[in-house]
Design a protein around this ligand. Structure first.
Ligand code: PGA
Length: 250
């Protein structure tokens, strides 16, 4: 069975003390034990988050990393630095990184390879913009994103990959893809992977949905056959909401 995953992307929110408080509040919640729970605080709060989550079952992910292992890249963080402080997961390709920091699928391909080589687990984000959806180009856009960024990976590397389909028009907007739209795209994504690799690879990869997931809509979205969890932004900043989303799995 595929892993069920709920990951909270905290983006550029929470000071260190606020971050530790939120972790304590999440730990105090009753969480469905079948769900793999991740939180992704800012870089400066990763080390304290690793300590605060120790023995809790909650795992810590970074929101980004650089593709080189070290060197003259002022302001950047490498995969090795993350692993060294006990962070084993990284989110790559978030639409905000693409939109505000110019990350392309070519660059993301380098980041994915670097993360994979270092031994990190990767939550890879992708998804179409509103215009693409309106013009009916969404399937092609997603195919292009996955082909460029991921389809030169060896099949064995897919054990390190979790996908997060996040239609840009649904992120932070309160607008959610309907459960049927999410299922349709997730099934399409699985077919792409099956066509390029094989059905074992396609069946094994967890595909998360992201974009305005809330306690009120999580259970319906997670009930879809090809939806294996969620990447949560705004609602992950409130412990009770985040726990309710985790518990949106039956
Ligand atoms: P949202 O963000 O849940 O606030 O829409 C999702 C994301 O950016 O991953």
């Amino acid at each position: 069975m595929r892993k069920q995953i709920v990951a909270g992307n905290w983006k550029m929110n929470k000071t260190e003390s606020e971050s530790i408080r939120l972790i304590d509040e999440i730990k105090a919640q009753k969480l469905n034990e079948n769900v793999n729970v991740f939180i992704a605080p800012t870089f400066v709060n990763l080390a304290s988050a690793v300590k605060s989550t120790k023995d809790s079952g909650i795992q810590v992910a970074a929101q980004n990393m650089h593709q080189s292992s070290s060197g003259a890249y002022t302001g950047e963080i490498s995969a090795g630095m993350l692993l060294d402080i006990g962070v084993n997961h990284v989110i790559l390709g978030h639409s905000e990184r693409r939109a505000y920091f110019g990350e392309t699928d070519q660059l993301l391909n380098e980041k994915v390879q670097a993360a994979s080589d270092a031994g990190l687990q990767i939550i890879f984000c992708f998804g179409e913009e509103l215009d693409d959806r309106k013009s009916g180009a969404h399937f092609n856009i997603v195919k292009q994103q996955l082909s460029t960024a991921l389809f030169d990976l060896d099949k064995s590397q897919w054990s390190q990959i979790v996908l997060a389909y996040e239609p840009v028009w649904a992120i932070g907007t309160g607008e959610t893809a309907s459960p049927a739209q999410a299922q349709e795209m997730h099934a399409f994504i699985r077919t792409l992977i099956e066509d390029h690799y094989d059905s074992a690879c396609a069946d094994g990869v967890s595909i998360l949905y992201g974009g305005s997931v809330k306690p009120a809509n999580a259970d319906e979205i997670f009930a879809q056959t090809d939806v294996d969890g969620g990447l949560i932004g705004g609602a992950s900043l409130q412990a009770a909401d985040f726990a309710a989303i985790v518990n949106g799995f039956e």
